[in-house]
Design a protein around this ligand. Structure first.
Ligand SMILES: [Zn+2]
Length: 374
């Protein structure tokens, strides 16, 4: 049986251990203290060294005790956003909240606490547990740097679940967009704004022409575009020489994303016809994924949710998560809602009932997975 009090206690302990991105080591050590006695073997990869953090991605494996021979995959991330030092969780009206000075860190420790309690309760109940492959990543909040640097070929599972999105328990993300970001430098010519403005080439004016020519916001149901930051100019009496613009594009369809990125580049580059120097640099932040409703991980999660009286629902997200990197080459990872709420803010919270239901769902998924083998 799931031990509700123990679940709350362990979640509160977990969030009390600070683990902002690149500083996940102490939290990983806490996890090992609790997971090793449950029969998990573990290894860290070298992602920490590569990205300048103090901890690598933590891969845990536990052999099955039942008939399943293939492992089931679970993932959550160990890092939190800031302010994330000295989190003091408290109980308030059926929720767990922070002191108001920091985030709570339910993103993503709710997923981790639920996984730990699900396994612990099944061990205590002598339930058959499928072989498990659990990956706790680092630096998810830093452009998914941990997952990006994880060698997927190390996984033996065929599919599984990430526990890292908001929404009601039973809700799951089965599609998310690919994401490109770009940085443009526009260089015009400086001149005195009052004495010889005709000698200048106004970089701010050029930038605004290009930005006006872009389509921004929600372009269609699969696509969004944003210009998020602009820097440039020195003083009102100087025709500005240089502007830097930062923007991004997201699309469920990767081919369309490439086309849009090229079109965006074209619009900025056309400013060179007016004599400006334009440098356009873009990068692919993460790929998209799409899992049909008929896929095994979706069906199994739906069945598990229904057995618990939850409302299963598949949704498409506008954001990225580690799952974007895992859904490659036929490996399918559905991102389950954990109940975390108001994330990335000091009002972050989680309903205790949701934390409990999430644990029940993870447990039921393991039971369903195991029952397929028998
Ligand atoms: Zn998260």
């Amino acid at each position: 049986m799931i031990n509700r009090e123990r679940l709350i206690r362990s979640f509160m302990e977990m969030v009390s251990i600070s683990s902002p991105s690149f500083h996940e080591r102490s939290f990983a050590e806490y996890l090992l203290e609790h997971l090793a006695p449950l029969g998990f073997e573990y290894s860290f990869d070298d992602a920490g060294q590569k990205i300048g953090g103090n901890c690598g991605n933590l891969l845990l494996r536990r052999p099955g005790t039942g008939k399943s021979s293939r492992p089931l995959f679970f993932n959550a991330h160990m890092d939190t956003v800031e302010p994330g030092y000295g989190i003091e969780p408290r109980l308030k009206n059926g929720f767990i909240v922070s002191s108001g000075k920091t985030v709570l860190g339910a993103d993503d420790k709710a997923g981790i606490a639920a996984t730990l309690e699900a396994v612990l309760s099944m061990v205590e109940d002598n339930e058959d547990i499928p072989p498990l492959e659990i990956l706790f990543t680092v630096a998810e909040e830093q452009r998914l740097l941990g997952a990006r640097n994880f060698d997927l070929s190390r996984l033996q599972a065929d599919w599984g679940y990430a526990l890292d999105c908001n929404g009601h328990i039973g809700c799951m993300i089965t599609a998310a967009p690919a994401h490109n970001s770009y940085e443009v430098m526009i260089r015009g010519r400086a001149a005195h704004a009052g004495i010889n403005p005709e000698d200048g080439l106004n970089a701010i004016s050029l930038a605004s022409q290009a930005i006006n020519a872009l389509q921004l916001g929600r372009l269609d149901e699969k696509t969004t575009a944003n210009v998020g930051r602009i820097e440039g100019g020195v003083a009102t009496n100087i025709v500005p020489e240089r502007v830097i613009i930062y923007g991004e594009l997201r699309c469920l369809d990767e081919a369309r994303l490439e086309t849009l990125t090229a079109e965006t580049e074209e619009i900025f580059k056309s400013l060179s016809l007016q004599g400006a120097e334009v440098k356009f640099e873009w990068r692919k932040d993460y790929p998209s994924f799409y899992i049909p409703d008929t896929a095994l991980p979706v069906e199994l999660a739906r069945r598990a949710a229904l057995k618990l009286g939850l409302r299963p629902e598949t949704v498409s997200s506008g954001g990225g998560s580690d799952a974007n990197f895992f859904n490659r080459g036929g490996f399918q990872v559905v991102n389950l809602s954990t109940g975390m709420d108001c994330v990335h803010s000091t009002s972050e919270r989680i309903k205790i009932d949701d934390l409990y239901l999430l644990t029940a769902l993870v447990r039921q998924i393991m039971l369903e997975f195991e029952s397929r083998a028998s």
